[in-house]
Unconditional design. Structure first.
Length: 561
């Protein structure tokens, strides 16, 4: 979409909140200035900057052609507050692409643009900026082009809450006259690095603006030779989290805790509305507790041998733990997702979701999480389908495609040529499925998950009993259709007999993902079905996916595939 089309779409959805896209000229000036900062302060020798790997890093190389040292710089994290269509996030490159960004973060209130950012790999940490808290987060670079009508309130919040190595703001030229010490500007070195306009911008305006650079007050750092020099950052100065704690909790001059398991159990049956209310209540109680600590006489604190830094770290960790607990509880509510993920895949998805652990727990961010989970769920569903297929593959229970004219079973078994390039699993097979205890996971349990993903919805409480030796275990769908039977044996084998229709769907979806089939004729030839059935199977894949239309907030259990 062109910028004009994006603006029109935002206006139609009543989401045009003074979005004036940052111009290429401003982005270029920011890149040049950031490059200058890095070039001025040698990261390999700058004590303050090199010590704090949360913000930046660098790599040195020698160019034999030019005979010069070549540095590439890494910004560990880049936050755009009011990210719009993400053009600034993708535009931070330094000079000659010598600046790389590890992780991109954004805050964006327009739903369509925020969803698009998530799908492009940007971690959206909030929708409404004034409902977001930044005090417990750190970023190498922060950028913001705030709405003109509220740039004062916007900028004041950034000055008071944001933790960063360097911040760039696009502000009306009158900013010098309107911002004062009350907003926290006195804590920083603030400088204009250029004046620009939007006369020829993608969205034209008569406003004139400054690109403003914000850095911490210069501190002195030892240069290793007994002297001092200016440092990039400020090292020991309090960050915005500490300042916020000092203002709202105190200066800091036996009931046993519940276990995490007990707390998780209490949350398990809660609705999303209840989770949000409980989180807000717990957070408020936590801050009240810390305020009471702040009122404790100094002699008591001293007697307990607790210093300010230790107390601050305890508060920071408790807030982080509280958020993490509620995000996990919310993830557990995604039944439509969790019941179609193997344990290994779910753990992998959840570990990647830890990136959101510092997010404020509210409905806006819950929606962002769900959009993110949906994107990754569909990727992981493909991967786990192939993983289970490979785990169930055995040389006696595969049928090579007709196109594998040179492959025979003996080739695989005796000559070591490997399994055929293209093959399908037989509906009767034996697989290895050793379970150390009744409820541990094995490939049969993973196959139950695959059955659900293929439309054979086995009840969520049904699991394979690996200790019921010799007994036939029947796995039926919720509507009574038999999906498969299995018998466990003491040697760790599981003998399976799968519904032919289910196994055909399984084989076809694997073939589709691995490009073993290219059209409905391949299905007709390899799986011996009618042309009409082959066309149906090709046009309508059996693997269930989740899309944006399935979102149902605030009750995640309403999701359906």
């Amino acid at each position: 979409m062109t910028t004009r089309e994006k603006i029109r779409a935002l206006a139609q959805n009543n989401e045009d909140r003074e979005w004036y896209p940052t111009t290429d000229e401003i982005i270029k000036a920011m890149n040049a200035d950031l490059h200058g900062l890095f070039a001025k302060h040698d990261l390999s020798r700058d004590d303050n900057l090199a010590r704090d790997k949360r913000l930046f890093d660098h790599k040195w190389d020698y160019d034999r052609k030019t005979g010069k040292d070549v540095y590439t710089y890494t910004v560990k994290s880049f936050l755009d507050v009011g990210a719009g269509d993400g053009r600034v996030l993708s535009g931070l490159r330094g000079v000659n692409d010598n600046v790389k960004v590890e992780k991109l973060y954004g805050i964006e209130i327009a739903k369509a643009q925020a969803d698009d950012l998530i799908n492009r790999g940007v971690f959206v940490i909030g929708r409404d900026f004034f409902r977001c808290s930044l005090v417990d987060k750190w970023y190498g670079v922060v950028f913001s082009n705030p709405p003109y009508s509220e740039f004062m309130e916007w900028t004041e919040k950034l000055f008071r809450e944001a933790n960063f190595g360097v911040m760039y703001l696009v502000l009306p030229v009158r900013w010098k006259k309107t911002l004062d010490e009350r907003c926290g500007i006195g804590l920083y070195d603030v400088a204009s690095i250029g004046e620009f306009d939007f006369l020829n911008a993608d969205r034209a305006a008569r406003a004139r603006v400054n690109l403003v650079r914000v850095t911490h007050k210069k501190a002195k750092a030892r240069d290793g030779r007994g002297g001092f020099r200016e440092a990039f950052g400020n090292g020991e100065e309090t960050d915005s989290f500490e300042r916020w704690i000092m203002e709202n909790v105190g200066t800091f001059e036996g009931k046993p805790d519940e276990s995490e398991e007990d707390m998780a159990l209490k949350l398990r049956g809660s609705t999303i509305d209840e989770l949000i209310a409980n989180f807000e209540r717990e957070a408020a109680a936590l801050f009240d507790l810390f305020k009471s600590i702040g009122d404790t006489p100094f002699r008591v604190i001293q007697a307990l041998n607790i210093d300010r830094k230790s107390i601050l770290e305890i508060i920071r960790e408790d807030i982080r733990t509280l958020k993490k607990r509620y995000w996990r509880a919310a993830f557990d509510r995604l039944d439509a997702v969790n019941l179609r993920l193997t344990v290994e895949t779910r753990d992998r998805l959840l570990s990647e979701m830890e990136e959101f652990g510092t997010l404020d727990f509210n409905e806006d961010n819950l929606y962002s999480i769900v959009v993110w989970v949906i994107k990754h769920f569909n990727e992981y569903t493909d991967e786990q389908l192939l993983s289970v297929f490979d785990a169930m593959t055995g040389q006696d229970y595969v049928r090579a495609y007709k196109s594998n004219v040179h492959w025979t079973r003996d080739d695989w078994r005796y000559t070591g040529k490997g399994k055929p390039g293209k093959y399908s699993l037989d509906y009767r097979l034996v697989t290895r499925c050793h379970k150390s205890y009744r409820y541990s996971q094995c490939v049969v349990d993973d196959f139950i998950v695959v059955c659900r993903s293929l439309g054979f919805y086995v009840h969520e409480h049904r699991t394979f009993d690996g200790k019921a030796y010799g007994e036939e275990q029947r796995f039926c769908t919720v509507d009574g259709r038999l999906a498969f039977t299995v018998r466990a044996y003491k040697n760790g084998n599981a003998h399976m007999r799968v519904d032919r229709g289910l196994m055909m769907r399984f084989n076809i979806e694997v073939a589709r993902l691995r490009n073993w089939i290219n059209n409905h004729n391949d299905i007709k030839d390899e799986f011996e079905v009618s042309e009409a059935e082959a066309i149906r199977l090709w046009k309508k894949p059996s693997l269930c996916r989740i899309g944006h239309s399935d979102l149902s907030l605030p009750e995640f259990n309403g999701l359906s595939a």
